[in-house]
Design a protein around this ligand. Structure first.
Ligand code: PHE
Length: 343
């Protein structure tokens, strides 16, 4: 009668199949493990009459071998069909794959260098929101009610009445700092700004500025000039000269545009500087007393200077990049040329 049982098990082994690791394990439990049907056959030996033990043993071993062979076959089948096993087929003789390392974005490298230069002369860092209200972006900065910069063509408004807009310059951070801190204030505020301008090689609707603000007793225009002379030499090299051109901003008086000697022609005049030998990097001036008062600072006691420079502009001059759109196109061939060591 055990012959029937054994035939039954052989048939079951022949019919068994496995396509996954789980099914393989189920097969092992059913036919290979100690508690499996085959394992149980060995346990029956005690009940078999002595004269039949030898024949029984041979039969049971035969089943066991059959179960083992089938198990090996199923293992191979499952291994060759799952990706897990494919990943195990590593060819150690292959050369290593080329690991692409990332690089610092040129604008980040420039921003870091600017921060480093000003931190060494006592400026701390501050920041403000990119979504601003009218007060911080315009009114506190002494913009007259009808100033063209408030109008739609320059500013991305998010809400009207009360006006909420994407900040058009980092000067809004000046206001936030002066409202919250007492002089002496020496702060640098790098950040993203937005203007409704057509995108071209020289302009973008999103770009970066770095704002500087220094408020204390007896701060004068000579301090502004010397600070920016120092910056230009550190950033662009010893021979770089700075020129201040009279200008107008509602929040500074007097105001001046900051030019540096053209790095392309060294001041001789070329098409980048349009033959003048000078290129503009930002605006500056003495903080208008109205702005100090708007922010709760006594303008009889304190004076200050401020400047705002374009980070794209500085980066383009430093690395002689001709098209500002390259910064946002994410072409790795362009971006990976800039390492922090270059700054
Ligand atoms: N906010 C001015 C601009 O965006 C630059 C500026 C900053 C001018 C600080 C004077 C003082 O053009």
């Amino acid at each position: 009668m055990y012959q029937d049982k054994i035939e039954e098990i052989k048939a079951a082994i022949a019919a068994a199949d496995a396509n996954t690791a789980e099914e393989l394990e189920a097969y092992r439990m059913e036919f290979i493990s100690k508690k499996s049907v085959v394992g149980q056959l060995f346990g029956m030996m005690g009940q078999i009459p002595n004269e039949e033990k030898r024949a029984f043993g041979q039969l049971v071993n035969g089943v066991k071998n059959l179960a083992d062979e089938k198990f090996q076959a199923l293992i191979e089948k499952v291994n060759s069909s799952t990706s897990k096993s494919k990943s195990r087929e590593i060819d150690l003789t292959l050369p290593p794959s080329n690991q692409q390392l990332g690089s610092i974005h040129p604008l980040t490298a420039t921003r870091q260098r600017i921060i480093e230069i000003f931190e060494r002369i006592g400026f701390n860092l501050s920041e403000g929101p990119e979504i601003e209200d009218d007060w911080h972006n315009f009114t506190a900065l002494n913009f007259p009610e009808n100033h063209p910069a408030r109008e739609m063509q320059d500013t991305f408004f998010i809400e009207k009445n009360p006006d909420i807009a994407l900040r058009t310059h980092t000067s809004s951070v000046q206001v936030r700092v002066m409202e919250n801190q007492k002089p002496p204030i020496r702060t640098l505020s790098p950040g993203r700004v937005y203007r409704n301008e057509a995108i071209s090689a020289r302009a973008h609707c999103i770009f970066h500025q770095v704002e500087g603000l220094y408020v204390d007793e007896n701060v004068g225009f000579a301090d502004l000039k010397n600070t920016l002379y120092h910056f230009a030499k550190e950033m662009f090299g010893k021979g770089t000269k700075v020129r201040f051109r009279p200008s107008y901003f509602p929040f500074t008086e007097p105001s001046a545009e900051i030019d540096i000697t053209c790095l392309i022609c060294g001041g001789k005049g070329c098409n980048v500087c349009k033959g003048t030998g000078w290129v503009e990097i930002g605006g500056s001036g003495m903080v208008d007393p109205n702005v100090l008062e708007n922010c709760g600072i006594d303008s009889k006691k304190y004076t200050g200077f401020a400047f705002g420079m374009g980070i794209e502009r500085i980066t383009m001059l430093k690395y002689q990049i001709k098209d500002l759109r390259l910064f946002t196109e994410n072409d790795a061939r362009f971006l990976k040329q800039f390492s922090p060591l270059m700054t």
